[in-house]
Design a protein around this ligand. Structure first.
Ligand code: PLP
Length: 390
């Protein structure tokens, strides 16, 4: 066998995603295709993004494009942003700049886990948690979200915990459901994790995956579990709020609420571990741009209009949907409760949605609202007509 066991497990656990990805490869090039699959841009890049990058492009010193670890100016901007958003006293040294949330999750796993550890993940949840865990010789253990409204079910997390659990991953605003969880949920989870850590004689860490943190609707507030449980690491990506996931920039933030010895140990591990996982730092250009990018965002008012239009029309047509509170996804149940057949039938008619099978929820589908309003208007007649089978 050429491949390692972990390579085979990682490959198999993401097979529904990679085969779906392959199946829609031609779609992007078809001007008539209505593509609501991945959270990719369908409009020109934000001028705030391109101007921030352009301002940093010309080298100002001979080492402008030398090997870069975490750039101080980026760490400072991120720490200040986090202090403002979360009301927690982050310092620049608590921030490791990474290649998006992907890079930050890899770094957190490298910091905290040993081979064979278990990591609890939400179901439905982002489809790359499981392959990333397999590739790190870890075991994903799914904890179902609450049926119907997809709230975080703290009892299910408690049930998923074993003596081998090292990390619990949570994600709010949540992909694919668009749910945003309140502080009371985090307080309840903190109690469960603290109790289980003591019972098993081993600290269970929380990894709060927050790449959609700034994408919320209707003024809904945001609480990070870092405010409830000190043993929390936050990962973030600029790729969502800038709608430029190909420009890799993100970070891992260490909670300043940790005991000083733990905080120092984690801080000091960042640089060597980022080196060890394969130079897990963002490109110099993206790091120089970070301070300016902190205040750049997709148009949330326009995104809200798109959510309202799509949600309103499909809701009126009889679909069972979760009203997104954040993210740019709309999560719904397929007519006939067969997401794969539903999405295949729509694809025949030029409308491409993501089947729930990619999230271990075969009855569902996900719509990416990063499509344009024009695409939404053009797709709606087909989507409304397809509601009949319910
Ligand atoms: N976490 C979640 C929940 C996501 O949906 C994504 C991307 O889709 C990521 C992490 C990774 O983000 P990035 O590609 O910006 O690193």
């Amino acid at each position: 066998m050429v491949l390692s066991t972990r390579a085979i497990q990682a490959r198999n656990s993401v097979a529904t995603v990679t085969s779906f990805f392959a199946s829609i490869q031609g779609v992007g090039r078809d001007p008539d295709a209505l593509d609501f699959t991945f959270g990719n841009p369908h409009e020109p890049a934000l001028t705030g993004l391109t101007s921030a990058m352009r301002a940093q492009l010309e080298p100002r010193s001979v080492d402008w494009f030398a090997y870069k670890t975490s750039e101080r100016s980026a760490q400072e901007a991120v720490a200040a942003g986090l202090r403002g958003e979360l009301g927690i006293d982050f310092e620049p040294d608590d921030i490791a700049m990474t290649q998006g949330a992907f890079g930050a999750i890899s770094l957190a796993l490298a910091m905290l886990t040993d081979a064979g550890d278990e990591v609890v993940i939400p179901v439905p949840g982002w489809f790359c948690y499981a392959p990333m865990l397999h590739a790190a010789d870890l075991f994903p253990v799914g904890a179902p979200l609450a049926p119907v409204d997809f709230s975080l079910d703290v009892d299910e997390i408690a049930r998923a915990i074993t003596p081998r659990t090292r990390v619990v991953i949570v994600n709010s605003p949540a992909n694919p459901t668009g749910r945003v969880y309140p502080k009371e949920t985090w307080d309840a989870l903190a109690e469960v994790l603290d109790e289980a850590s003591h019972r098993h004689g081993r600290r269970i860490w929380l990894l709060s995956d927050e790449p959609y943190r700034r994408i919320r609707f209707d003024g809904i507030g945001f609480a990070s579990p870092a405010g409830s449980y000190p043993w929390t690491l936050i990962d973030y990506s600029f790729g969502k709020v800038l709608l430029a996931p190909g420009q890799r920039l993100g970070y891992l933030a260490i909670s300043p609420l940790l005991e000083p010895a733990e905080r120092t140990a984690l801080r000091q591990s960042c640089m060597p571990l980022q080196l060890a996982i394969g130079w897990g730092f963002p490109d110099a250009l993206m790091q120089y741009s970070a301070p300016a990018l902190e205040s750049v965002s997709i148009d949330l008012a326009e995104l809200t209009r798109k959510r309202d239009r799509m949600f309103g029309a499909l809701n009126d047509a009889g679909y069972t949907l979760t009203r997104p509170e954040g993210t740019f996804y709309l999560w719904g149940r397929a007519p006939g409760r067969d997401g794969a057949a539903f999405c295949a039938a729509l694809a025949e008619r030029g409308v491409y949605l993501m089947p729930g099978t990619l999230f271990d929820q075969p009855a569902h589908f996900r719509i990416s609202l990063t499509a344009t309003m024009d695409m939404i208007e053009r797709a709606l007649p087909t989507l409304v007509e397809a509601a009949d089978a319910e």
